[in-house]
Design a protein around this ligand. Sequence first.
Ligand SMILES: NC(=O)c1ccc[n+]([C@@H]2O[C@H](COP(=O)([O-])OP(=O)(O)OC[C@H]3O[C@@H](n4cnc5c(N)ncnc54)[C@H](OP(=O)(O)O)[C@@H]3O)[C@@H](O)[C@H]2O)c1
Length: 435
Amino acid sequence: MTAALRIAALRIGVAGLGTVGAGTLSLLRTNQALIAARCGHALQVTAVAARDRNKKRGVDLGAARWFDDPLAMAADPGIDVVLELIGGSDGIAKALVETAIAQGKHVITANKALIAHHGTALAHQAEKAGVVLAFEAAVAGGIPAIKCLREGLAANRIARIYGILNGTCNYILTTMRESGREFGDVLAEAQRLGYAEADPGFDVDGIDAAHKLAILAALAFGSEVDFSGVYVEGIREVSALDIAYADELGYRIKLLGLARLVGDGIEQRVHPSMVRAEAPIANVDGVFNAVVAEGDFVDSILTEGRGAGAGPTASAVVADLIDIARGIRLPTFAVPAGRLQRLPSLQMEHHEGAYYVRLMVLDQPGVIADVSAALRDARISMEAMLQRGRAPGEAVPVVITTHSTREADMTEALRRISALDTVLELPRMIRIEAL
Ligand SMILES: NC(=O)c1ccc[n+]([C@@H]2O[C@H](COP(=O)([O-])OP(=O)(O)OC[C@H]3O[C@@H](n4cnc5c(N)ncnc54)[C@H](OP(=O)(O)O)[C@@H]3O)[C@@H](O)[C@H]2O)c1
C-alpha cells in the first residue's frame, strides 16, 4: 500500500472478556493479516475491560490497556469502536453502549436482551450521533441473519420470517426424540455437557428466542423492536410421548420463533411447533440454529449454522468490525430509525392454524363422543383422531389433530374438554405450522 493510501488502524476497546470477548480476541489475532487485507488497514485492540484483571482467559491481551471500568474505556479518546460483550438488558451494558454513542464511538454488541428491550431508542441515539450500532452476533450466532435481511434481501418485501433461534432448546428436543427420554433428564445432561446454563430459564422458557425474534421482526418489517409483543411459550411441557406421537404423524417438534405481517399488525410468537418431518427446518438438529426468510421476489431462504459458542459468535462480531473498518454505514434496522413503524401486535387469541391435542382419558364407552362434541361446540373441525391400545377402566392417550381453527376457539374447546370427568390430565396442545 502506498503511503498516501495508508489509513490509521481502527482502535478497538473490548468490554467483556468471557466466551465471546475472548473468542473475538482470538479470532482477531489468528486472522489478523487476512482481516487487515480485507479492510485495507489493521484492526487493533487497544483497550480491554472486565471485572477481574487476574483471571486466566486463554488469550493474549497484548499491549491493550486494562480498564476496570468499562464506562471509562468508552469515554477514552484513544478508541474508535467499543465492543459491548458483557450482557444483560440494562445495567452496565446499557450504560456502556449509551456512553460510547454519546462519545461519538461506533458500537458493536452481541447482546440480544439489550437490543430487544432498547433497540429502537439506541438506534435513534446512534443515528443522531452519526455512529454505527451493529449486533450481528445477537441473533443466531455465526449465521449472518441480520446481514441477510438488511442487505441480501433488501429488495424484497418480507412476508414471514421464522427460525430455530435457541441451540439449547434444539439440542434438548433433538436428544429427546433420538433417545425417548424426558425433558428434565435431557436438560440435566445438557447442563453437565455445558450446552445449557445452570439457570436454564432464559433458554428453555423461550425468552432468549423471543429476544432474537423481536430483532429479526424489526429488520424484516421496518418496525420498532417490540419484545413485549412477542407471545412466548417454552419447551418444559414437551413430553417424550408427544414427541413419539409427532413422529408417528410425520412431524417434528421444534421451538420456533415466527413473525409475520397480518393485516395492519404483526404476529410474533415463540412456542413449540409441529412441522412436517420433510420440511428443511425440521431437519436442523442438535445445537444448530436456522433462519428462514420469505421474500416476495426471492421466495424462501434458509440459513443454518451454529447459533452460539466462542468461534461462531466472534465471527459475527468481527464481521461487524470489518464493515466499520471498510466505511460501511447502514441504518441500524435497515430503515432510518425515524421511519420505523409502530405496528400493533396481534393477540394470540386471533391466531389461526392447525393444532395437535393429546388427552389422557379413561378408557370407557362414550368418552370419544364427549370429546368430539366439545370440539364441535367450539366450532373446531377435527382432521384425525388416534387412540392406541385398549385398557378398559384405565388412562389411555388420545391424540387429535385439527383443521385450521382460531386459537380462541381452541382455548374454548380445551376448557370444555378439561371439564369432562373422563379426561384425567390437562390436555397438551401444540400448534402445527404449515412451513
Ligand atoms: N456465549 C455465547 O455463545 C453467546 C452467543 C451469542 C451472544 N452472546 C451474548 O454475548 C454477551 C456476552 O456473553 P458471554 O457468554 O461471553 O458472557 P460471559 O462469558 O459471562 O462473559 C461476560 C464478561 O463480561 C464481564 N463483565 C461482567 N460484568 C462486568 C462489569 N460490571 N464490568 C466489566 N466487565 C464485566 C465479565 O468479566 P470477568 O470475566 O472479569 O468476570 C466477563 O468477562 C451476552 O450479551 C450474550 O447474550 C453470547
